[in-house]
Design a binder for this molecule. Structure first.
Ligand code: GTP
Ligand code: MG
Length: 199
């Protein structure tokens, strides 16, 4: 898929304010600092489109971007970040939970996982919750440039071992680096293919 236009549309905390429009939607979620906003900029090839920060907790709202005037890309706040006030975290969690359950045009949730880390409890819990809610998801491993190439299959296999403790089948997976644009074509082609199922 070529991306000819990519524009920021709106930031929201309230479900009823989310944009309407008959478009398929794809959301990016994962722990704070995993690289959600960076991935959106990499996919769209627009550097400052989603705001990036070294400080975890940068994205705090549901951010809609409209791509090619035909589909939505959504940057969500990270979960599992300890250094925010408990009430703020509870609010985010409620907001994300509502979003996932109510957004009917949501075609796939991409769960981002830092490829360098061992499976984190908050990620596995989140993935299992998606399963309980029967929400379609895929996994995107991020920051592949930070590992020696030979280590990547090993890390993925270790991760999958943990997933198979909870799941009978593995979800679709992508290996990406926003630094090197790794995985860009595969991911956009996948989005394109799924979008065709939208009615
Ligand atoms: P929150 O909005 O806080 O939840 O974080 P986020 O998941 O949106 O992460 P963000 O894209 O802001 O990136 C966090 C940090 O990781 C930044 O310093 C990025 O430059 C860095 N980063 C993200 N992706 C990559 C990558 O593929 N490779 C490398 N080397 N660094 C990355
Ligand atoms: Mg972000």
């Amino acid at each position: 898929m070529n991306i000819s236009t990519a524009e920021f549309l709106c930031s929201n905390t309230k479900m009823e304010k989310l944009p309407e429009g008959p478009f398929p939607e794809f959301a990016f979620i994962g722990r704070s600092n995993v690289g959600k906003s960076s991935l959106i900029n990499m996919l769209t090839r627009r550097k400052g489109l989603a705001k990036i920060s070294n400080t975890p907790g940068k994205t705090q709202t549901i951010n809609h971007f409209i791509i090619n005037n035909s589909w939505y890309m959504v940057d969500l706040p990270g979960y599992g970040f300890a250094k925010v006030a408990q009430t703020t975290r509870a609010n985010w969690e409620q907001m994300i939970s509502q979003y996932l359950q109510q957004r009917i045009n949501l075609m796939c949730v991409f769960v981002l996982i830092d490829i360098r880390l061992t499976p984190q409890k908050s990620d596995i819990a989140f993935i299992n919750r998606l399963g309980e809610l029967a929400i379609a998801f895929s996994i995107i491993f991020t920051k592949a440039d930070k590992l020696p190439k030979a280590k990547i299959p090993f890390q993925v296999a270790e991760y999958n071992k943990t997933l198979l403790e909870h799941w009978e089948e593995l979800p679709k997976q992508f290996i990406t680096s926003s630094e090197k644009s790794t995985g860009r074509e595969d991911l956009l082609d996948y989005i394109d293919a799924i979008s065709k199922n939208y009615s």
